[in-house]
Design a protein around this ligand. Structure first.
Ligand SMILES: Nc1ncnc2c1ncn2[C@@H]1O[C@H](COP(=O)(O)OP(=O)(O)OP(=O)(O)O)[C@@H](O)[C@H]1O
Ligand SMILES: [Mg+2]
Length: 259
């Protein structure tokens, strides 16, 4: 269920603009990896390259490879739709479909994949996904009411339930807590800690405490200046990145001296 990700010499472009240069990272299954760094250094760009969402943007492409359990997701003949089924994504702002019920929101990805399932199986799957997202107890009595009626933190967990309902191997999260209050943030962080038992999790966060709390490994990205490509400056165990990093830039960033 959980895959290893090996990024090798990855350059990521928007047309002629090279937004990210020379990224190599080995991400082990059943771990949480945090991507940190100042705004514009390419964290979201790197994250989106891991499920081929990057290419959805006209003129955008990558050079290099991203291997999942040894298979290049950019290899010839690989269907990006299939990649996105295996690598789920949760965005900064919870984006449930507003008119859809809570249950149908959870099943939306499954329906998109044209998987035909019986009503009973659909109910079971929705329950499992909602339990997996720590939301079941809060919504079990209102599954047929609109997803938009939930609080922000609940909506974000609903989106996580939607992501895990398709049974991915990897879950990507781009600042999943930035629009949430501290209590909801802690709920999501607890959930991330649980998700790692089954999935490879990669999370972008601006919150240093969060990176330190939830991740096993941390990658620090930076840019030399406007228009320059973002680079992975340092990648190591989270504890080392936050207590004793190798590079001065990393030290300055994690101690809040810039960015
Ligand atoms: N759709 C796009 N088209 C063109 N350039 C883009 C696009 N999205 C991002 N970029 C550029 O790529 C670079 C990296 O952007 P990215 O969004 O990955 O940064 P980030 O580290 O996630 O920043 P933030 O912390 O602000 O979210 C920036 O220079 C940005 O302007
Ligand atoms: Mg971003």
């Amino acid at each position: 269920m959980s895959k290893q990700i090996e990024i090798k010499d990855l350059d990521i472009y928007y047309g002629s603009f090279r937004a990210v240069e020379g990224v190599s990272m080995l991400i082990e299954p059943r771990t949480v990896t945090a991507l940190i760094g100042p705004s514009g250094c390419g964290k979201s760009t790197v994250l989106r390259s891991l499920n081929r969402m990057h290419e959805v943007i006209p003129g955008a492409y990558v050079d290099g490879s991203v291997m999942m359990d040894g298979q290049d997701i950019y290899g010839a003949g690989v269907d990006p739709v299939n990649v996105r089924r295996q690598v789920g994504m949760v965005f900064q702002r919870a984006n449930p479909f507003p008119t859809m019920s809570i249950k149908e929101n959870v099943l939306a990805g499954v329906r998109l994949n044209n998987q035909r399932i019986s009503r009973k199986d659909a109910d079971d799957l929705a329950e499992r996904a909602l339990r997996g997202a720590n939301l079941w107890e809060e919504v079990k009595d209102r599954l047929d009411l609109p997803g938009s009626g939930l609080s922000g933190g609940q909506q974000q967990r609903l989106c996580i339930a939607r992501a895990i309902a398709v049974q991915p191997e990897v879950i990507l999260m781009d600042e999943p807590c930035s629009a949430l209050d501290p209590i909801s943030t802690l709920a999501i962080e607890d959930l991330i800690a649980e998700l790692k038992n089954e999935y490879t999790v990669v999370i972008v966060t601006h919150n240093m405490q969060q990176a330190a709390r939830v991740s096993d490994r941390t990658g620090f990205f930076n840019i030399a200046g406007t228009g320059k490509p973002g680079k992975l400056i340092e990648y190591n165990d989270t504890e080392i990145i936050f207590s004793n990093p190798e590079k001065d830039d990393t030290q300055n960033y994690v101690s809040g001296r810039f960015g």
